[in-house]
Design a binder for this molecule. Structure first.
Ligand SMILES: [Fe+2]
Ligand SMILES: [Fe+2]
Length: 240
């Protein structure tokens, strides 16, 4: 298993060259940016843009006549179904990319794990449950009469958010603990998101959907424990 840290020729820190550090600090005081503005201006500009901007997409109206009827029926029963559909769309996108992220980690683990390690087995188990969750969410979306293939606004955002995690996992140079650490980011969110989704389904008047999601939440609790344990085990075993 590749070790997490190794001493080497790293010259990024200022301690590598005290003489250059001095001239660098002098330059900071002497040379000013040649473009106008500062961080306050940037904040003001961001605030202005946020006030003017359009939304990130929309939740589509149900495409099928069957869906339309079901949606009307559920709207009568539930509250703000578009909010729940948006968050279900987010969960679907997240679980789907979760499967792909675990696949990337499994490929890495196959290359780097030691013979006695159960790492690939544990990762495969979690990966299969993420796939299960994806299908569970798709079913719930259909129950509401919505289209599980549609990209909702929150689904779009969650895809953007996981880009960094994907980059870490598919970088062939990252080692086991660096990859697991990226998965920890994923699982911390996964856990909190299922907890919230259950509350939202309940609050929206869909207790049957909320009830079905408890199984996923329990499995997510287990994912979090497993990933934290793998990370701890990998790093502590390297302290000799
Ligand atoms: Fe998940
Ligand atoms: Fe998970």
């Amino acid at each position: 298993m590749a070790t997490s840290a190794k001493l080497g020729h790293n010259v990024t820190g200022v301690q590598m060259s005290p003489k250059d550090t001095k001239s660098l600090l002098e330059a900071v005081n002497e040379i000013h940016p040649d473009v106008p503005g500062d961080s306050k201006g940037m904040m003001l500009e961001r605030t202005n843009r946020a006030e003017e901007a359009e939304r990130i997409g929309s939740v589509p109206v149900p495409g099928s006549a069957k869906g339309m009827l079901k949606s009307t029926f559920d709207m009568a029963l539930g509250k703000s179904p578009e909010l729940l559909v948006d968050k279900l769309g987010e969960r679907l996108a997240f679980e789907r990319s979760g499967v792909r992220l675990y696949d990337a980690m499994i490929a890495k683990a196959k290359a780097l794990e030691t013979a006695e390690s159960d790492l690939v087995q544990v990762l495969q188990h979690i990966r299969d449950e993420e796939f299960e969750h994806m299908n569970m969410v798709a079913d719930a979306i259909e129950t509401l009469g919505a289209d599980p293939t549609a990209q909702t606004p929150c689904a779009d955002i969650v895809g953007v958010k996981s880009m960094g995690v994907m980059q870490v996992l598919t970088d062939p140079r990252t080692n086991i603990s660096q990859g697991i650490n990226a998965l920890l980011t994923l699982e911390l969110e996964d856990n909190a998101a299922w907890e919230l989704l259950i509350e939202l389904a309940d609050a929206g008047g869909h207790p049957h959907i909320a009830k079905g999601f408890h199984k996923a939440k329990e499995q997510e609790d287990d994912h979090l424990i497993k990933i934290k344990t793998l990370l701890r085990r990998d790093l502590i075993s390297q302290i000799k």
